[in-house]
Design a protein around this ligand. Structure first.
Ligand SMILES: Nc1nc2c(c(=O)[nH]1)N[C@H]1C(S)=C(S)[C@@H](COP(=O)(O)O)O[C@H]1N2
Ligand SMILES: [Mo]
Length: 458
């Protein structure tokens, strides 16, 4: 059974996140979006018509091609100028092994993966609760634009605003609005993807992350809801589409998908989403979306649009390739059009040790790691040092908090020299525990199975 139907949700969530599950709410909303598209009331700019037809078929809403064509051909509104000019790509500003990333990427802290840099978990040992900004993973579809905070501004526009008038906010104006500070992870939907292949023998597409496409920071910013209300949210608004100022994303086969953007239901936008301008007490640095990024707690990383330049507020449902082709679950266990768009992150654990770490066979060791969940706080972590034959409880060093991780430790003295497999298994406050295997999906999203971590005692 696809996990979308068994995914438990905490009962304490606000609008749109009822105990019946965010994903099923999103599924209902998705069908409504599709019906509106059919009626010519929703826009799908930059999406192939056949892809929309596939979604319709999967949702059991297949209809005549004419209706769908009319919907697809609905004229697109042009975004107003965003006022900041062309985003520049920097590249080479450091000795980074990844073109397009500005900050240094020392090998002790990062693994390069295409346009991205993965954090090495062993680089977090002893660093405290928050990932230091200089060790925080970077996921770029293209490259980091270095924007001038003094000329940057945010345009909020669209037919979901009363009077249809656009509103503009400079950084200083955003900073004068009531500020909120919170701890939250940003985690790529594909984090852990490589384990579909190495643990389950399955083929998946996308960046071959191990577990380091996640970081927790202290974010400070203004609530998106506050900004939307000041911009004049109308009662008809349904979707909010933040868009990045980084260069257009062109797929491997040469299709230009435009700026990175992903619609967010208004219910989530008004709930706990921030426009963040600080990370760990400093101005948001270029690689993490400076001067301002969207921060969507608990949701997959793509929702947290970096370098936000404009936000469309729409009275019609919106689509982008990032909620149609990408960030849904496709594969044998899922409908042909894929699952509903992914929202919450799943549950994971990682040891702060290198892969195949060498440990002194004759010494006591304190194994440390971190566990996190998009559904609730992490309430319990069990550790095995014998490949899963026996388990014991790890000590937790943080209180369980939503959208955050807990640090944990367990003491271990190897029985003797040899190869060992370490496992850590988290359970969150909703009662969900990491499974032994994850149901396959072709793009390798939301891997949540317990990871088998090899070490050598020597
Ligand atoms: N504008 C823009 N926003 C973006 C991206 C991007 O390439 N461009 N990548 C997204 C993805 S897929 C992830 S996982 C997170 C990564 O955030 P980080 O680079 O600060 O770790 O940013 C998201 N926001
Ligand atoms: Mo991502």
């Amino acid at each position: 059974m696809p996990r979308t139907e068994s995914h438990a949700e905490p009962p304490t969530e606000s609008l749109g996140e009822s105990p019946t599950g965010t994903r099923s709410d999103e599924a209902v909303y998705d069908r409504r979006r599709l019906r509106q598209w059919l009626a010519g009331e929703a826009r799908a700019d930059g999406i192939e018509r056949r892809d929309m037809l596939r979604l319709l078929a999967a949702a059991g809403l297949a209809t005549t091609a004419t209706a769908a064509t009319a919907g697809f051909a609905a004229p697109a509104l042009a975004a107003p100028g965003t006022g900041t000019g062309t985003p520049g790509s920097t590249g080479g500003a450091s000795a980074a092994a990844v073109p397009g990333i500005v900050k240094p990427l020392p090998e002790a802290w990062f693994t390069s993966r295409g346009t991205n840099a993965e954090t090495k978990f062993e680089a977090l040992a002893g660093t405290g609760h928050h990932t230091p900004t200089d060790r925080f993973f970077v996921r770029n579809h293209t490259s980091t634009p270095v924007l001038d905070a003094s000329t940057w501004s945010l345009t909020v526009w669209g037919d979901g605003l009363s009077g249809g008038r656009a509103a503009e906010f400079t950084l200083d104006e955003l900073k004068r609005l009531p500020a909120t500070t919170r701890s939250a992870f940003v985690e790529c939907a594909g984090n852990g993807r490589s384990f579909f292949t190495t643990q389950q023998g399955q083929t998946v597409s996308g960046t071959a992350w191990t577990l380091g496409a996640v970081g927790v920071a202290r974010w400070r910013g203004v609530r998106l809801g506050e900004v939307l209300r000041r911009a004049g949210l109308s009662r008809g608004a349904v979707d909010v589409l933040p868009r990045g100022l980084d260069p257009d994303y062109v797929t491997a086969d040469g299709t230009n998908l435009g700026r990175v953007r992903r619609p967010l239901p208004l219910s989530k936008a008004l709930d706990d989403v921030l426009l963040a301008y600080e990370m760990n007490g400093e101005p948001l640095p270029p690689d993490h979306g400076g001067p301002v990024r969207v921060l969507v707690p608990s949701w997959i990383g793509i929702a947290s649009i970096k370098w936000v330049g404009d936000i469309e507020v729409s009275a019609q449902p919106l689509y982008s390739p990032w909620n149609t082709d990408f960030y849904r679950l496709f594969g044998d266990a899922y409908p042909a059009g894929g699952s509903a768009p992914l929202t919450r992150q799943t549950l994971k654990s990682a040891f702060e040790l290198p892969w195949n770490a060498s440990l002194d066979a004759a010494a006591d060791h304190r194994l440390t790691g971190r566990s996190w969940s998009g559904a609730g706080g992490v309430a319990r972590v069990d550790v095995s040092t014998d490949g899963g034959a026996s388990w014991r409880r790890a000590r937790l060093h943080d209180a369980p908090r939503r959208a955050d991780w807990v640090r944990w430790s367990a003491d271990w003295r190897p029985a003797g020299p040899g190869a060992y497999t370490l496992l850590a298994r988290a359970t969150d406050t909703t009662g969900r525990t990491q499974p032994e295997t994850t149901v396959h999906n072709t793009q390798g999203y939301l891997f949540d199975a317990v990871v088998r971590h090899p070490v050598q005692a020597v």
